[in-house]
Design a binder for this molecule. Structure first.
Ligand code: AR6
Length: 174
């Protein structure tokens, strides 16, 4: 699917195995330390150096995004986003929008051309998947229109086919 000059695609897979992308987005915690889910997988793959790189950047607030090198990941960069905890960090939709917007702005600033996103906040942070998908699609659409130099590719990476299909339905409806 195309949005202007940007290709949007969805895949089922592991965010740490997207070797053709310049950057992947981490569903981080405020301390930017290893955790479960995406953050655990990214830290395992990136290795110890990522912890050292993250320490001076933490803590971050919901909606914020920061960038580090990818270290042991096959990607040059990692964009770390802190999604909102659903029902706790309010307004959750605005904070989740901030994550996607800030990640894409950082990507532009660093000249990243191909970026992979997991479904931020939809795991441990409890955001209902379809609601989060709607926020993600709107946020990406709105942000792309504001960028001088939009990326060539945004890939949404899901752990299950069911999640991918639910996201595709939202993407195709817009
Ligand atoms: N690749 C792609 N998607 C994944 C992967 C993976 N390797 N692992 C999980 N998912 P989560 P959050 C999916 O919990 O909700 C951590 O403990 C998963 O099925 O990683 O933003 C941090 O330390 C779900 O749909 O992120 C934070 O404390 C989505 O990715 C907290 O969890 C996000 O799940 C962040 O919670």
């Amino acid at each position: 699917m195309e949005r202007g000059s940007t290709k949007l695609e969805t895949v089922t897979g592991d965010i740490t195995a997207q070797s053709d992308l310049d950057a992947v987005v981490n569903a981080a915690n405020a301390q930017l330390m290893p955790g479960g889910g995406v953050a655990g997988a990214i830290h395992r793959a990136a290795g110890r150096e990522l912890i050292d790189a993250c320490r001076p950047l933490a803590p971050i607030s919901p909606g914020e995004a920061v960038v580090t090198d990818g270290f042991g990941l096959p990607n040059r960069w990692i964009i770390h986003c802190l999604g909102p905890r659903y029902g706790i960090d309010e307004p959750s939709d605005a904070l989740l929008t901030d994550c996607y917007r800030n990640a894409l702005r950082l990507a532009e600033r660093h000249g990243m051309r191909a970026i992979g996103f997991p479904a931020l906040s939809t795991g441990a942070f409890g955001y209902p998947f379809e609601e989060a998908a709607r926020v993600a699609v709107d946020a990406v659409d709105d942000t792309l229109e504001t960028l001088q130099s939009p990326p060539e590719l945004i890939r949404f990476v899901f752990f299950s086919d069911a999640d991918r299909q639910a996201f595709d339905a939202v993407l195709n409806a817009v």
